[in-house]
Design a protein around this ligand. Structure first.
Ligand code: ZN
Length: 328
């Protein structure tokens, strides 16, 4: 389809899409395929541990009412895992020869980035895609926080269909919702479209409204990383490398108040960013050797009510301390 450029920078839309798609927030339903090392021993460990290298990006752009705006698909030529892992080849039907035809990740990502536009939110099936995207961005020295403020559709699906298990495949969900699958699954563009059809069967207005509550109930963080070589776990909050955490939504440095230690090595707090997103942040120090700890930092979506409960806990603790002082 012919694309034309609208007034806003980096906004290429098909002609019919142009009228409805500009100036508003879009949802981008994202699906990716990635290749893996041929064996565990061959897993790339530097510059990062690379569990999956992206070979295909598929996406559907919708408006705020989930009306289709545009589609996107691009094949990516991997830099590290150039030979198809047989398992991945079997499920995706992508061969090693196919891989040579794609664009490099930085080129492909640039095109995808421009296609996404300025105001959007990702929707993915499961947590894996955003993690893999973040790893691949890091691998190429690009901004790895891109798209972190995403929606995992699985959580909305689980809530609204009362599905018992957390992990359920996209095709199983589609089948349960009575969506016919007449295309090859594990093709990024087809899977993105299938995910879009799942959205259409769900109450997305409700799902998105209660999303942060859903996300805070499960143990998957929005962001997790590790800080190596922390000298003293009891003083980890004095180490700027530990407390310098960027908001997954707006990328500003998160403000921190008081932390609650559950033991000498673990602590947590709830913070509200200036962009109004609320997060639960957990720090866990692991002993490596004398004077050497690794701190795992996890950021979870949280809610206003949890923030209030947390403040209440801090207040009670302060009161208990006061009472203790008086009694001594
Ligand atoms: Zn923020």
């Amino acid at each position: 389809m012919a694309a034309r450029k609208c007034g806003r920078s980096a906004c290429y839309l098909t002609k019919t899409a142009h009228l409805s798609g500009c100036g508003n927030m879009n949802y981008i339903i994202l699906d990716m395929e990635w290749n893996q090392a041929l064996s565990r021993a061959k897993t790339v460990r530097s510059p990062i541990v690379l569990n999956g290298e992206i070979i295909q990006i598929g996406a559907i752009k919708t408006d705020e009412d989930f009306e289709l705006v545009d589609r996107f698909k691009i094949n990516v030529r991997p830099k590290y895992y150039k030979k198809m892992n047989p398992y991945v080849e079997e499920i995706t039907g992508i061969s090693s020869l196919d891989l040579t035809c794609g664009e490099t990740f930085p080129q492909a990502f640039r095109r995808f980035y421009e296609w996404c536009g300025n105001d959007f939110r990702f929707i993915t099936w499961g947590f894996d895609d955003i993690g893999i995207l973040s790893d691949n961005l890091k691998l190429h020295g690009l901004d790895d926080t891109f798209g972190r403020n995403y929606i995992n559709l699985q959580l909305i699906y689980n809530r609204q269909t009362k599905a018992p298990q957390l992990q359920c495949s996209l095709s199983a969900a589609a089948e349960k919702l009575g969506i016919p699958i007449d295309v090859q699954v594990h093709d990024a563009a087809n899977d993105a479209y299938l995910t879009y059809e799942v959205c259409k069967k769900l109450d997305m207005t409700l799902g998105i409204a209660e999303y942060s509550e859903l996300a805070s109930k499960i143990s998957e963080p929005i962001f997790r990383d590790t800080v190596p070589k922390v000298k003293d776990c009891k003083k980890m909050l004095l180490d700027k490398r530990v407390t310098d955490i960027k908001c997954p939504a707006c990328k500003q440095k998160l403000p921190f108040g008081e932390w609650l230690f559950t033991n000498g090595k673990n602590c947590r707090t709830i913070t509200r960013c200036t962009c109004n997103e609320v997060y639960l942040v957990k720090l866990k120090a692991a002993f490596i050797s004398e004077g050497n700890f690794t701190v795992v930092r996890s950021v979870y979506a949280s809610t206003e009510s949890e923030a209030n409960i947390f403040s209440e806990k801090l207040r009670k603790r302060a009161e208990a301390r006061e009472r203790h002082k008086k009694n001594v």
